[in-house]
Ligand binder design. Structure first.
Ligand code: IPE
Ligand code: IPE
Ligand code: MG
Length: 258
């Protein structure tokens, strides 16, 4: 098992994305091309999840968010949904000890209401056991929708305003952000989508406002450490202008374009 690399020097992490979010797509097609059931694709996809957590830890990424199951995915055939949930339960059972060893903190984003008791129990256990860890933060988006997150935030904000726990005249982006599912997780720097599609599919709508998007044709079960590194390199070659001009960035103190 590779050593945890949570303590690292500043020079190593220059230009690294702080928060990488991944739309892990292509499990079904990967399986179908091999005449396997879609479920086998999801099983293989979870092996890639384990690899990517190890790799992000080793590379010194601070935050990794993984889109595991969307609100819309509840509309899939019941046997596929049930099998996926079973695979997720087993994943937590198998991986939790290693995550603890690696000082990983597990975060959950999504609507808990629709999760079956077995999944919910694992989610709560993983959060609880890793809550004091200080290394890589892995956020699992499960039963997650970006619009749902914004509506849920608005609901809680309105409740707080009605109960005088917040002053609605002070509402700004920072205050709104504090009502999101995981406000401690910063905006996304690098958004990766595997499986050759070019869409957001209701993922982290608020947090991707200024993310760099990198896509690959590679199906998620085949996505390797080298594929990840290539996309990080692509990210590092981008110029993040945040609405400014390139010349303005050159004049900025330190001249940093990242
Ligand atoms: C992504 O793979 C995993 C989930 C959505 C749960 P898909 O199951 O969407 O795979 P494709 O897109 O059908 O190949
Ligand atoms: C997005 O993949 C959701 C996850 C990866 C969990 P989908 O396969 O569900 O997305 P669409 O339906 O192609 O947009
Ligand atoms: Mg898909």
């Amino acid at each position: 098992m590779p050593e945890s690399n949570n303590e690292r020097s500043n020079t190593e992490s220059v230009g690294l994305p702080r928060h990488v979010a991944i739309i892990m797509d292509g499990n079904g097609r990967w399986a179908q091309r091999r005449n396997l059931s879609r479920i086998k694709g999801h099983r293989a996809g979870l092996d890639t999840v384990r690899e990517m957590i190890r790799h992000c830890d080793a590379r010194g990424i601070a935050y990794l968010t993984l889109y595991a199951f969307s609100e819309e995915n509840w509309e899939r055939p019941r046997p596929e949904v049930d099998a996926l949930m079973t695979l997720l339960e087993r994943f937590v059972d198998r991986e939790l000890d290693e995550l603890c060893e690696k000082n990983v903190r597990v975060v959950f984003i999504g609507r808990r209401e629709r999760l079956r008791p077995g999944v919910l129990e694992r989610v709560e256990k993983a959060i609880q056991r890793t809550k004091d860890n200080t290394g890589l933060v892995v956020s699992f988006a499960l039963s997650y929708g970006g619009r749902a997150e914004i509506v849920d935030a608005a609901r809680r904000l309105i409740d707080d305003a009605k109960a005088d726990r917040m002053d609605s005249s002070k509402l700004d982006e920072a205050v709104f952000r504090s009502y999101l599912y995981a406000p401690e997780v910063p905006d996304v720097d690098l958004l990766i989508r595997t499986g050759g599609e070019y869409r957001i599919s209701n993922f982290l709508l608020w947090q991707v406002a200024y993310a760099e998007i990198c896509t690959t044709e590679v199906m998620w079960p085949d996505f390797s450490r080298a594929n990840f590194d290539e996309l990080v390199t692509e990210f590092q070659q981008r110029e993040r202008r945040y609405g400014k001009t390139s010349a303005q960035l050159d004049q900025a103190p330190g001249g940093s374009k990242l």
